[in-house]
Design a protein around this ligand. Structure first.
Ligand code: SAM
Ligand code: TMP
Ligand code: ZN
Length: 412
C-alpha cells in the first residue's frame, strides 16, 4: 500500500492524495475458490477504495500480491460466456481488418486467459503472442495452437518480447490492465514494445456505469483501478502517451474500450470529448458522489442479507447463480454463508466442487440447479443476465424467481 507521511494513501499513478470512500473490511482473494480441505487458507486483505484528488483515478488502497491472485490454479475462464466469445471474435476481426492489415503484423495480448480473443487471430494465420501467468487458463489456449507465454507482463517481459519479435502493431488487453497495480512498469513496457504508429487498446469495466448504477461488487482485489475516461486520459499523459478514443461497450454491465497511441499520431475523437463532459456532469471527480455510492452499497448488502433471512424463516429454498469474483465482495461483506445460501451454481469446471472464498458455500454445477430448482436464485453473474435468463428459462417456468442486488435488492 502506498502511504504518505500523514498516513493517507497516495495515488499509484501521480502520487496525489487518495480520498478513501468505501471500506468492505477484511476480505479474501476473490477468486480463491478453495477445496474443502484447504478452507480457511485464503489470503486476506482490507478491501477499500478511494479516489485520487489530483488525477481522479479510483483505486484500491491496499494491494494484494499478484501471485496470490494469478497462479496455476486461477479458476476464471473467459470462454464460459457465449456473449463474450462473440464479443472477442468481433474484437479480433476488427484488428485483422484494421491495424493488422499490413505486411507481417504482430499483435500482443496481455491477459489472454483461455485464448478467447487470440483464437480468431491464430485462425487468420497472423503472428501473435498472449502473455498470461495463470497456467491453467493459458494451457487451454496453448492446446488450441495459440502462442502463449505464461508469465506476468511488465517492463522486462516487454523488452525481451520486443527483442525477440520486433515492434507490436497492436497491444490488446481486456479486463486485465485494471488488475495491474504496477502500471508504470506496464507503460514502460508498452513504450519498449509498441510500433511508432501502433495502438494500445484496452477494455475494462467503466467507472461511469459503476457509479451511475451503484455496481459496487465490481470493487474487489483484482480490480485495482476502476478506469474512467478522465482518469485514463490523465494516466496516458502521465506516462507519455495520448488517449485517442473511448468507445462505450455493453459487456460486463458497462465497459469502455480505450485506444492509446504515442503523442501526436491522431487527434482525440469526438467520443473522448463527449465522455469527458458526461463525467463532469456525473461528478466523477467529486468525493461526495462516491460517499453516496458507498452508502447505497451498504444498504444493498444489508437488504440482501435481510431478504435471505426472511426467506429462510418462511421455509423458502434459495441458491446462488454464478460464482463470480464480484460475489466475494457481497457475500463476505454481508456475512452470507451456507446457512443462508446452501449452494452457488456455476458452469466453470475449475470452480465446481470448491467452496466460495471466505464464506465457504459449495459451488455446484448448473445441472444440479436444474435437477432441483430452488424457490429463489440470487444472480451473482448479473452482467450475464440476458444469457443466463435465456439458458435457465426452465427455472422461471417452474415458478422460480431471480433476486438481484444491484442497483438495489429486487426480485424479478
Ligand atoms: N482477457 C480475458 C477476458 O477479458 O475475459 C481475461 C480476463 S481475467 C479477469 C484477467 C487475466 O489477466 C487473468 O487470466 C490473469 O492471469 C491475467 N493477468 C493478471 N496480471 C497479468 C499480467 N501482469 N500480465 C499478463 N496477464 C496478467
Ligand atoms: P464474470 O462475471 O467475472 O465474467 O464471471 C461469470 C461467472 O458466471 C463465471 O464463473 C461463469 C459463470 N457463468 C455461468 O455459470 N453460466 C453462464 O451462462 C455464464 C455466462 C456464466
Ligand atoms: Zn492520481
Amino acid at each position: 500500500m502506498a502511504q504518505r507521511a500523514d498516513g493517507a494513501a497516495t495515488c499509484r499513478i501521480c502520487a496525489g492524495a487518495v480520498e478513501e470512500f468505501v471500506d468492505f473490511g477484511r476480505q479474501p482473494v476473490s477468486d480463491s475458490f478453495v477445496t474443502p480441505e484447504r478452507a480457511g487458507s485464503e489470503y486476506y486483505f482490507r478491501l477499500a477504495a478511494g479516489v485520487c484528488t489530483a488525477c481522479s483515478m479510483v483505486q484500491l488502497t491496499e494491494e494484494v500480491p499478484r501471485t496470490e491472485m494469478f497462479h496455476d490454479d486461477y479458476p476464471y475462464r473467459s470462454s464460459g460466456s457465449e456473449v463474450m466469445r462473440r464479443h472477442f471474435t468481433a474484437v479480433a476481426e476488427s484488428f485483422l481488418a484494421g491495424p493488422l492489415r499490413k505486411a507481417d503484423p504482430f499483435v500482443l495480448e496481455i491477459g489472454s486467459n483461455d485464448g478467447i480473443m487470440l483464437r480468431t487471430v491464430k485462425d487468420a494465420g497472423v503472428r501473435h503472442l498472449g502473455v498470461d501467468p495463470s497456467i491453467g487458463a493459458a494451457k487451454i489456449a496453448a492446446e488450441q495452437g495459440i502462442r502463449v507465454s505464461t508469465e506476468f507482463f511488465e517492463e522486462d517481459t516487454a523488452r525481451r518480447i520486443a527483442k525477440d519479435e520486433g515492434p507490436a502493431d497492436v497491444v490488446f488487453s481486456a479486463n486485465t490492465f485494471s488488475h495491474i497495480a504496477y502500471i508504470d512498469s506496464i507503460f514502460r513496457g508498452i513504450d519498449a514494445l509498441l510500433a511508432e504508429d501502433g495502438v494500445f487498446v484496452f477494455e475494462d469495466r467503466y467507472l461511469g456505469d459503476i457509479v451511475r448504477r451503484t455496481l459496487f461488487d465490481q470493487i474487489y482485489d483484482e480490480h485495482y483501478y476502476i478506469f474512467g475516461v478522465t482518469s485514463v486520459r490523465n494516466m496516458a499523459r502521465h506516462f507519455g502517451f495520448e488517449l485517442v478514443d473511448a468507445e462505450h461497450l455493453d459487456v460486463h454491465g458497462g465497459s469502455m474500450r480505450y485506444t492509446v497511441m504515442r503523442p501526436g499520431r491522431r487527434p482525440a475523437s469526438e467520443r473522448v470529448a463527449a465522455a469527458l463532459a458526461e463525467e463532469r456532469t456525473l461528478g466523477l471527480e467529486d468525493p461526495a458522489v462516491y460517499r453516496r455510492f458507498a452508502a447505497t452499497a451498504r444498504t444493498a448488502c444489508a437488504d440482501l442479507r435481510a431478504l435471505l433471512e426472511r426467506l429462510k424463516a418462511e421455509g423458502r429454498t434459495v441458491a446462488g447463480y454464478g460464482a463470480t469474483a464480484k460475489s466475494s465482495t457481497v457475500l463476505n461483506y454481508a456475512g452470507i454463508g451456507p446457512d443462508l445460501l446452501p449452494a452457488v451454481h456455476d458452469s466453470t469446471d475449475a470452480k465446481q466442487g470448491r467452496l466460495t472464498p471466505g464464506t465457504h458455500i459449495p459451488v455446484r454445477s448448473p445441472e444440479e440447479f436444474r435437477s432441483a430448482y430452488p424457490d429463489y436464485a440470487v444472480l451473482f453473474a448479473w452482467n450475464h443476465a440476458a444469457e443466463i435468463f435465456a439458458k435457465e428459462q426452465g427455472f422461471r417456468d417452474a415458478g422460480g424467481r431471480w433476486i438481484l442486488y444491484v442497483p438495489g435488492v429486487h426480485i424479478r
